[in-house]
Write a protein that binds this ligand. Structure first.
Ligand code: ADP
Ligand code: MG
Length: 247
């Protein structure tokens, strides 16, 4: 359904993504890699928020640049940053996003009701977003990504800043969404996706290191017992370096 062919992204002389080719059919895909690996760049290219320097993204074998608005209308995207519309109520934020997505006035009320109940935010919908907890903000962002029942859902670090209980809730929500859809979830936290992803894509320094099921990855990387060990095996040194930089 979704295919990236030889996608490269350069920011001036910095290569953020290097020659990525990937195919996705329906199911949940976990995009896993440390900060700066290129996860958000990849997601921004898929969702047409930025253009690749080279390469093409296809939807059902058609170039998505050619599809344009027809492609964007089947995407639900929850970007990494939040807090853009803090003064809005949840309800107003969803109305605004529904209008941007071109959902008709006739349908909008029902559609907002549907996504609110999905993320269990009916009661908080009339309150301003800046009164929400981190988990509630993420849930309203996910609700927004669900508007119009998109076939392709892209969630950039949907569990960032959440406490363990909220993480579980968001994870369950993503899993419940996944039927007949392509869902791509980025994270640098293994436990978010270990149980729900059909496949894991390991990404480092703009390159796709591997893609496989959790089980196969564990087997390939020296018989690791779980994805956490695979992560440490593949990215361990970098994580240490990151800590070092900070210190
Ligand atoms: P991730 O989401 O995995 O943390 P990003 O896609 O945000 O990684 O970033 C990948 C690389 O591209 C990083 O080295 C980052 O500094 C760089 N980068 C991202 N956005 C820009 C930009 N607008 N200008 C220059 N460099 C950027
Ligand atoms: Mg990112």
């Amino acid at each position: 359904m979704l295919e990236l062919r030889e996608v490269t992204k350069k920011y001036k002389d910095k290569i953020a993504l290097q020659n990525i080719s990937l195919k996705f059919d329906s199911g949940i895909y976990g995009l896993l890699g440390p900060n700066g690996a290129g996860k958000s760049t990849l997601m921004n290219i898929i969702t047409q928020n930025i253009k690749p320097s080279e390469g093409t993204v296809f939807w059902n074998d058609v170039d998505t640049q050619v599809l344009g608005e027809r492609f964007r209308s089947i995407i639900g995207y929850a970007p990494q940053q939040q807090g853009l519309y803090n003064a809005f109520s949840g309800q107003r934020f969803l109305s605004y996003m529904a209008a941007l997505k071109g959902i008709s006035k006739k349908e909008v009320k029902e559609e907002i009701k549907r996504v609110l109940s999905y993320v269990n935010m009916q009661e908080a919908a009339s309150r301003a977003i800046d009164t929400y907890s981190g988990g509630m903000k993420q849930r309203i962002l996910i609700a927004q990504a669900m508007l119009g029942n998109p076939k392709l859902i892209v969630l950039d670090e949907p569990t960032a800043g959440l406490d363990p209980k909220e993480r579980v809730r968001v994870r369950e929500l993503i899993q419940a969404l996944s039927e007949n859809k392509v869902i791509i979830v980025s994270t640098h936290v293994v436990s978010d996706i270990e149980q729900i992803a059909k496949e894991i894509l390991l990404i480092r320094s703009g390159q796709l290191i591997d893609r496989d099921t959790v089980e196969n990855l564990c087997f390939k990387y020296h018989g690791c017992k779980d994805l956490e060990e695979v992560y440490m095996c593949v990215f361990g040194e970098e994580e240490k370096n990151v800590t070092f930089d900070v210190l």
